[in-house]
Design a protein around this ligand. Structure first.
Ligand SMILES: NC(=O)c1ccc[n+]([C@@H]2O[C@H](COP(=O)([O-])OP(=O)(O)OC[C@H]3O[C@@H](n4cnc5c(N)ncnc54)[C@H](OP(=O)(O)O)[C@@H]3O)[C@@H](O)[C@H]2O)c1
Length: 340
């Protein structure tokens, strides 16, 4: 019998998500009930991601709202401590979607094997996991990135954004990163090789942001990789080039309050008409079946240090709700994970 701690999602937030929306539960897990083809996994790192807040909205999104009274859904990476699988053995490391709990019984088909020789296994949640997938396929598949492109990325120092800026640099583009602190801007320029940066907190209005973008992207914008939405995105519309590709990956500025009662912005869609630009939503899950392709290209980049990554590691299972909340305050650089 194993004591399994779980965070139960108990109440829908109307603003910022926090500890008060969760209940800590302890269940007894009987390891003898493991079925043929299943593995028992002990979580080592559990993910906190902005999309969790989208699913907590009371409206349908890409799926129905996250139900109340169940374990908070999330990705994790962990060690197999018991196996009834022929494919995955005890001692293997896997990535699976088992939520905010310390242990889980997982069918082998729902566990992705990780190779710790490529990079530490925590990267299975970040630079070699779900956020990287939407970065990679968003740019290469939906964005049809070309080396002549000027690529603007909002949320540039986060898990998705820091991957996007580097892939765009590897592809030979001019890259502009937008983030919320001087420290993050220094990281983007000095460590990730971004060409120009904008601190959105110092350019809050539409005019200021348009002027800052104009300076950072003097030849206009070919790809806008949007993680944030709001005023930044409004300003981008002013500067898009012929056949620009606007990729909507996320809208984090709107998650706290805006999903049920959206803000109204300027109506700039006429710019799409003149430029024949496209705007497209991109979802990581649409590329789940192409994960091997991504690892094949990005694994060697990560191993060789060509693709850098930072992780913000919060210690302790009990800190999961606070860590999730911290994403909306920008406390992280790179992928935020909780070490169990
Ligand atoms: N479509 C998909 O499949 C998919 C998959 C993963 C993520 N996403 C989306 O991609 C975006 C980034 O996700 P992530 O996992 O990489 O998270 P992240 O960027 O690592 O963390 C969130 C960051 O967002 C910034 N932020 C928070 N509130 C903000 C606000 N009001 N205005 C501007 N920036 C704000 C903060 O950085 P600053 O210090 O710069 O403010 C914070 O560090 C999110 O919108 C998320 O929903 C989409």
């Amino acid at each position: 019998m194993i004591e399994n701690k779980q965070w139960i999602y108990a109440e829908r937030p109307t603003g910022r998500i926090g500890m008060e929306h969760y209940i800590l539960n302890v269940e007894n897990l009987d390891s003898a009930s493991l079925k043929p083809g299943e593995v028992l996994v002990k979580a080592m790192y559990i993910s906190v991601d902005p999309y969790m807040r989208i699913q907590q909205s009371s409206n349908n999104t890409w799926e129905k709202p996250h139900p109340l009274g169940v374990v908070q859904g999330a990705g994790m990476v962990g060690e197999v401590i018991l196996s009834k699988s022929k494919k995955i053995k005890k001692g293997d490391f896997v990535n699976c979607y088992t939520g905010w709990q310390e242990y889980a019984m997982v069918p082998e088909g729902e566990a992705r094997l990780l190779d710790p020789k490529i990079a530490p296994i925590s990267t299975g949640l970040g630079i070699l996991g779900m956020p990287a997938r939407v970065a990679y396929f968003g740019l290469t598949d939906a964005g049809k990135i070309k080396k002549e492109d000027t690529v603007v990325v909002s949320g540039a120092a986060g898990a998705v954004g820091s991957t996007v800026v580097q892939i765009a640099k590897i592809k030979g583009c001019r890259v502009v990163g937008i983030a919320g602190s001087q420290e993050k801007m220094d990281y983007l320029v000095n460590e990730l090789g971004v060409d120009a940066v904008i601190n959105y907190k110092e350019n809050r209005g539409l005019e200021e942001m348009t002027a800052a973008l104009n300076k950072a992207a003097p030849n206009g914008i070919d790809i806008y990789y949007d993680n944030v939405g709001g005023v930044i995105t409004d300003a981008v519309f002013n500067l898009i080039n012929h056949k620009a590709r606007i990729l909507i990956c996320g809208q984090i500025s709107q998650y706290d309050h805006g999903l049920e009662n959206p803000e109204l912005g300027p109506r700039f869609l006429h710019k799409m008409l003149y430029t024949r630009a496209t705007i497209q939503g991109i979802l990581s899950r649409d590329y789940n079946n192409r994960m091997d392709e991504m690892i094949e290209e990005m694994g060697p980049w990560v191993k060789a240090g060509k693709l850098k990554y930072k992780e913000t590691v919060v210690e302790g299972f009990e800190n999961l709700p606070a860590a999730l909340s911290g994403l909306f305050e920008g406390v992280n650089t790179g992928k935020m994970v909780v070490k169990v």
